[in-house]
Design a protein around this ligand. Sequence first.
Ligand SMILES: [Zn+2]
Length: 190
Amino acid sequence: MRPSEVMRLFRDCGAWMEGHFQLSSGLHSHEYLQCATILQHPPLAARLCQSLAERFVSDDVTCVTAPALGGIVVGYETARHLGARSVFAERVDGRLQFRRAFQVVSKDRVLVVEDVVTTGGSVEELISLVRDRGATVVGVGALVDRSGGWAAFEVKYHALLSLHLKTFSSSECPLCKEGVPLTKPGSRGL
Ligand SMILES: [Zn+2]
């Protein structure tokens, strides 16, 4: 799936919007993207994740893992297309852990996925967690990379879409200066 097709899907279902938004960071932007909006549609989630899975079909993936909550659906759908297990990691006292009797073992070949890579910090943490179990990390996949090209990992990395969102502090925001009404989306987005 080409990035332009991915963008069209996001736009068509309202997951990508133009306007005047306050992001969870407090910064302002004229664009807003919310992956959960597209992932609520199972056929669309399946299409995106199949496209992501296709990049890793030759890697003998046995297990796909993702950080909760944002990555769970992407991990599960991608695992389905790869015929692999799907496990997620969740934060306990601020650190990612495998709970719920999820087992990642030394013979596993693991694909780490995210809905959105911003700094890559959670992915790096998850790679370490997987390697602590003695397993091999074969790659990293994401629906969207919004790191502006900064995120890089020592394994194969593919994102379906790379976004370069311009953000502004409220004092420097051109839309604030024009008096455009500000929208504060309720949930975490970009
Ligand atoms: Zn503004």
